[in-house]
Design a protein around this ligand. Structure first.
Ligand code: ZN
Length: 319
């Protein structure tokens, strides 16, 4: 059924599933240690700076204590539950989104041909065990796409990554990708076309919302290309801009305001594990959804945006 609502602009909502299972982290590992460090120490600092609430910090301590129980399956895994929580939250605001999943476990991939990527680029979860999650998302009107590891290296790699999702979502034809760690080469788009991808959401910028993407969403030689305008980590994490919540929202709202003035589109990335423990950025994400709903913006997945453009629906309304 055609939606006749007049929208002021479009938010394309996306989530990269870099960490899908807390349980998958080995008990005595560097990754587990970094979770404890963030949960206990960095979050204490954030509490003192007023960046998280006392309740959040309590929750953070609890999860550090629960970690062994999560590890042995005695308590629900907070990062697996996070995907369902995001769907519930977005549903409240009439929004839908895209989740990008890493096709292969423990594969760090390559920066370029012959140059291995750092070991910690590999992820701990095995997508084959999450078929139920991907099928749940698709059945509810959300989208599952590929979070690419080596698609920028060769068409054969890109095809292998596409096939990993196709094996889980039999019959799905229009599948998109965003590269993990936003890796790119000159061959990326040619590889994606040859492999049969529908769109690439890697973008040209890091999503720090400072640098304007030079081009909005557009199609080039049959492949849709979506920019990355706002990324959680680029704005909020202490190793990047480390903006306060207030400054981050100011920067984000500015970008949304600009899109409103132009009837344009803004692509937003929040990773699946950042809304609750250990980051607690849920209020920021929800503030974006709330503001967009008040603005009468449309909040949709990548594939919805591209399909509507291809089918000419709302074709003249948005850039
Ligand atoms: Zn990633």
């Amino acid at each position: 059924m055609r939606d006749d609502t007049v929208y002021t602009y479009t938010l394309i909502l996306t989530h990269d599933a870099d960490r899908l299972s807390l349980r998958a982290f080995p008990l005595f590992s560097k990754s587990a240690l970094s979770i404890f460090k963030r949960g206990l120490w960095i979050n204490l600092r954030r509490l003192v700076e007023g960046e998280i609430s006392v309740l959040n910090y309590f929750d953070s301590i609890l999860w550090c204590l629960f970690y062994p129980l999560v590890r042995f399956g005695l308590v629900d895994d907070p990062w697996e539950k996070a995907v369902y929580d995001i769907v519930d939250l977005e549903r409240k605001y009439g929004a839908r989104s895209t989740f990008f999943f890493i096709p292969f476990p423990d594969s760090c991939g390559r920066i370029a041909e012959g140059m291995p990527a750092p070991v910690d680029r590999g992820v701990r979860y095995d997508l084959r065990k999450y078929g139920h999650l991907l099928r749940y998302l698709e059945s509810q009107g959300w989208e599952a796409g590929v979070h690419g590891i080596d698609a920028h290296i060769s068409a054969m790699d890109a095809k292998a990554e596409l096939d990993a999702i196709k094996r889980i979502l039999a019959g799905k034809e229009k599948i998109g990708i965003r590269m993990h760690w936003l890796y790119k080469t000159d061959k990326l788009h040619q590889n994606l076309r040859e492999a049969g991808f529908y769109y690439d959401a890697t973008g040209e910028t890091d999503g720090s919302a400072i640098n304007q993407s030079s081009l909005g969403p557009h199609k080039e030689k049959g492949l849709w290309r979506l920019p990355l305008d706002i990324q959680d980590g680029s704005i909020l994490s202490f190793w990047e801009k480390n903006f306060s919540r207030e400054t981050a929202l100011e920067v984000i709202y500015k970008k949304m305001q600009k899109a409103k003035g132009e009837g344009g589109a803004v692509t937003v990335l929040f990773h699946t594990d950042v809304l609750r423990f250990p980051f607690y950025w849920k209020d920021i994400y929800e503030a974006i959804l709330r503001r967009a709903a008040l603005d009468c913006a449309r909040m949709i997945s990548c594939v919805e945006y591209c399909l509507e453009k291809d089918e000419g629906i709302n074709g003249g309304d948005f850039k």
